[in-house]
Write a protein that binds this ligand. Structure first.
Ligand SMILES: [Zn+2]
Length: 133
């Protein structure tokens, strides 16, 4: 393989790789999970949300527009901020997994390649929802 063919092959492999980008935001909200050992009464958390989207390399070197993904995730966090999640998210059990699924479903309206959302309820505890992309 000559130098040009090698460079093209390396470039082709680099171009075909799948990349991901993760953004993070946070919000404060209250919730109640009936019958739950630690969340069984009304209380609040400082939630952290991480959203990951997949992409292929673009000519500008950015497979995922992290600024726009962050803006979309932040807009949803802003909707939740200062709210009582049991009222705000009807039909959703406001556990980290339930909140992560809500974020995932809403982000998919704009970001079909969102692959994973993690919601941290405390520094030690998170819930993640993943999907095949
Ligand atoms: Zn709780």
């Amino acid at each position: 393989m000559d130098g040009l063919a090698y460079a093209s092959a390396v470039h082709f492999v680099w171009w075909c790789m799948q990349y991901s980008a993760t953004v993070e935001t946070s919000f404060e909200a209250g919730h109640l999970i009936e019958g739950h050992r630690t969340c069984g009464r009304v209380h609040g958390h400082h939630y952290r949300v991480q959203a990951t989207a997949l992409g292929h390399m673009q000519r500008d070197g950015t497979p995922v527009d992290m600024f726009e993904l962050r803006q979309a995730t932040q807009a949803l966090a802003d909707e939740c901020d200062g709210r009582y999640l049991n009222e705000m998210l009807p039909g959703v059990i406001p556990s980290p997994h339930g909140i992560a699924r809500w974020f995932m479903e809403r982000l998919l309206d704009q970001w079909p390649r969102v692959a994973e959302v993690t919601v941290w309820e405390r520094p030690c505890c998170s819930g993640t929802v993943k999907r095949e992309v």
